[in-house]
Design a protein around this ligand. Structure first.
Ligand SMILES: NC(=O)c1ccc[n+]([C@@H]2O[C@H](COP(=O)([O-])OP(=O)(O)OC[C@H]3O[C@@H](n4cnc5c(N)ncnc54)[C@H](O)[C@@H]3O)[C@@H](O)[C@H]2O)c1
Length: 264
């Protein structure tokens, strides 16, 4: 897909971290970007900075996501690129010892279900609403390409750690969805890929740096090479390649400096 100012994109979670870096990379290439986020203040300011539009969207809510796409399309036309970075997830060990009660307890099923909704279901919601819009648009090139969907998984999908049953399970489900969705959409010329980031220096990780500098330092040292956390712009760079390169389809790609997560 030729990336230029004739294209529009939607980036969820675009107000922060990996979504923000993706939106920035797209905007730098001239693409009209709609920033979807629940963080209104940061989203409005950033969208203004990149000449895009902000849509206050909650990925957990079907009507909210539909309304966001309608607003983005009104402003920029049909999006041809969607980058889904927003996530709602929780943690918790399957069974853990509760010091307060002196007994073992398990993580509630409802908590796992909420993560499944915030990771897998929300990814499907965003991707399928985008795909429906793309299906009705003209092909962009001789291949018949109509659009590209980029989901965000995690290295945890393959090596989830202690306490990550919900998160790793959700991201694993995202990975498992990529190939069948690419196949579902093949006749429409819509590609689907996912990126599995290792550890990236985004606000949640920078929070760890503030709270426990030694843990943060350890995270960087655990990466074989380069011995540091990923830079959000390195994620943005892969987003651009996945959007640009028409032959990328049905893939889940690790972007992780060769890290393999230990049990904890
Ligand atoms: N940073 C990492 O090391 C890392 C590693 C692996 C995977 N990931 C994945 O990358 C993605 C982005 O993570 P990040 O580190 O950039 O996080 P981040 O916290 O910097 O950004 C997430 C954004 O999503 C928004 N958001 C949260 N709930 C939302 C909702 N219900 N609706 C709409 N927007 C909502 C937040 O306001 C925020 O702007 C996530 O899917 C995460 O699981 C990150």
């Amino acid at each position: 897909m030729k990336i230029d100012n004739t294209l529009a994109a939607v980036v969820t979670g675009g107000a922060s971290g990996l979504g923000r870096a993706s939106a920035q990379a797209l905007a730098d290439a001239g693409v009209k970007v709609a920033v979807f986020d629940i963080s209104e203040e940061a989203g409005v300011a950033f969208a203004r900075e990149i000449g895009g539009v902000f849509c206050n969207v909650n990925i957990m809510d079907e009507d909210s996501v539909e309304a966001g796409f309608a607003r983005a399309r009104e402003a920029h036309g049909q999006e041809r690129i969607v980058v889904h970075c927003a996530v709602v997830a929780g943690g918790g060990k399957t069974v853990s010892f509760d010091k307060k009660t002196g007994a073992y307890k398990r993580t509630a099923t409802e908590q796992i279900a909420r993560s499944a909704e915030g990771i897998f279901t929300a990814s499907y919601r965003v991707a399928s609403i985008a795909a429906l819009g793309m299906a009705n648009a003209d092909p962009l090139n001789d291949d018949g390409e109509r659009g590209a969907i980029i989901l965000t998984s995690s290295a945890a999908a393959q090596d989830g750690q202690v306490g990550q049953v919900a998160y790793a399970g959700g991201k694993g489900a995202v990975n498992a969805m990529v190939l069948p969705m690419a196949r579902d959409l093949m006749d429409l010329g819509i590609r689907v890929n996912a990126i599995m980031p290792g550890t990236f220096a985004t606000p949640p990780m920078l929070h760890v740096k503030e709270q426990a500098p030694e843990v943060f330092e350890g995270l960087g040292k655990a990466v074989p090479f380069p011995r540091r956390l990923g830079k959000p712009e390195e994620f943005g760079s892969l987003v651009m390649e996945l959007a640009r390169n028409t032959y990328f389809n049905g893939q889940c790609i690790r972007l992780d400096g060769a890290i393999r997560m230990p049990p904890r």
